[in-house]
Design a protein around this ligand. Sequence first.
Ligand SMILES: [Ca+2]
Ligand SMILES: [Ca+2]
Ligand SMILES: [Ca+2]
Ligand SMILES: [Ca+2]
Length: 270
Amino acid sequence: MKPLVPLRLACFFAANLAASLHAASVLEFAVASFTVAENVGQATLTVQRANDVDTPVSVDYATTDGTATNGLKYTATNGTLAFAANETNQSIVVPILNNGLVEGTKNFRVILSNPDGGAVLGTRTNVLVSITDNDSLLKVEFASYEAREDEATVVIGVVRGDDGDFPVSVDYATANVTALAGEDYTETLGRLTFASGEKLKLVSIPILNDALNETNKTFRFTLANVIGTTLSAQKSATITLKDNDPGVEFVTEKYYIHEDEGALRVTVRR
Ligand SMILES: [Ca+2]
Ligand SMILES: [Ca+2]
Ligand SMILES: [Ca+2]
Ligand SMILES: [Ca+2]
């Protein structure tokens, strides 16, 4: 009978130890992945605790780059979450950075570490945050334009497709194909600057008329050196100048004459 009391004590401590292990605060993210649009300002991530909620505990957190880069797509963030007694949820706020670039979805992680106060980490020790893009490409509005040579100008549209929160600028220039600058049109070049929110810019290119009967001629209009967004593959347009001058032609295709008439009158029309 002598060992009875120590055995009882041992059982008592073992039961208490098991209970306290079982009841330890378990800290983890509420979700394993989280999606946020690049223009919403911030991602708010919840860390939750289960089991023991009476004990004050804490846990560290830090972001780490995936395909998203700190300073470009989000702002690196770290710190310590302190759970007071009876607190079951804490939030981590990570600033998300908008831009005008077309880049697809990019991601980073937020990772928990160093649980303190007797807490342990659950299974969701990190969360993958995916940042969706909201921009599309800057382009020439149409791939081809037509104008008669006696029209004063041809007007080319340049359209931006990004969300428009930032200024965008791009170079433009004309180039000869069969139409020649100075003869068929006036060389036109410069840099367009879109203000925030401005979606469309128009470029007028002067057309030069002449009295020559010619075939239709073409020249190109091309964008380059964009800043603030991403340039489309549709960065050029072909402009066709349609001649408006009649040539010289016979009034009819066939003429008949008797061999004894001596002369034939052939009429030519301009
Ligand atoms: Ca954007
Ligand atoms: Ca973007
Ligand atoms: Ca003409
Ligand atoms: Ca002409």
